[in-house]
Design a protein around this ligand. Structure first.
Ligand SMILES: [Zn+2]
Ligand SMILES: [Zn+2]
Length: 199
């Protein structure tokens, strides 16, 4: 990860496109860094519990360094734009929840209609860009408290990710984490083989 890139740039590069959900995640991530007075994660100093798997989570991953691969991004499939960020060093955590019904742009339906046009005119393209620009400006400059509510929470930091022994599946011969195996008539097998046995 390129540390000297501004957070917004990091998030856009990681996510691939710019959208309101991503920008909301950028606001939440920057707020967490500031409130907890921490730097982005290097080696699991931070943990993020996210209650959604939508766009904003990519800002949490790219800006805070809490990532799926490092194991310090914990996903709870609750369908809520809620992020709990904890710091091991500070022994503190904050819970950030997007307010219900936040409106950034009354022009969003118009934007979508313009985006769906097969061959938009120059005029329509300009209109689309200007709606988008105004909305991004709004998300990035609205007072944080209007977008989110937040509070300090007691938070049990999970243990750091463990390295688990890899064993060989007795059916397909591929390596598999020992904690993700089952015992069958063939011996110790992986879950993909176990799933195909049932099918
Ligand atoms: Zn997105
Ligand atoms: Zn297998």
């Amino acid at each position: 990860m390129c540390k000297n890139m501004p957070p917004l740039e990091l998030a856009i590069q990681f996510h691939g496109h710019i959208c309101p959900g991503l920008l909301m995640g950028v606001r939440a991530a920057e707020f967490a860094l500031e409130k907890l007075a921490v730097d982005p994660d290097v080696d699991e100093e931070l943990v993020a519990v996210v209650e959604t798997d939508s766009c904003g989570v990519d800002a949490i991953q790219s800006i805070l360094g809490c990532t799926f691969g490092k194991g310090n991004l914990i996903f709870k499939d609750f369908g809520k734009n809620v992020y709990t960020i904890g710091s091991r060093e500070k022994n503190r955590a904050i819970r950030i929840a997007q307010r219900y019904g936040v409106k950034f742009s009354p022009d969003w339906p118009r934007y979508k209609a313009l985006a769906d046009l097969k061959s938009p005119s120059q005029e329509e393209l300009r209109e689309k860009e200007s709606i988008l620009g105004a909305m991004f400006e709004k998300v990035m400059t609205m007072p944080f408290e209007e977008l989110f509510k937040w509070e300090e929470v007691a938070f049990e930091m999970p243990g750091k990710a463990q390295i688990v022994e890899t064993v060989q599946c007795q059916k397909c011969g591929e390596g598999v984490m020992k904690t993700r195996t089952v015992t069958s008539g063939d011996g110790i097998i992986c879950l993909s083989c176990a799933a195909s046995e049932v099918a």
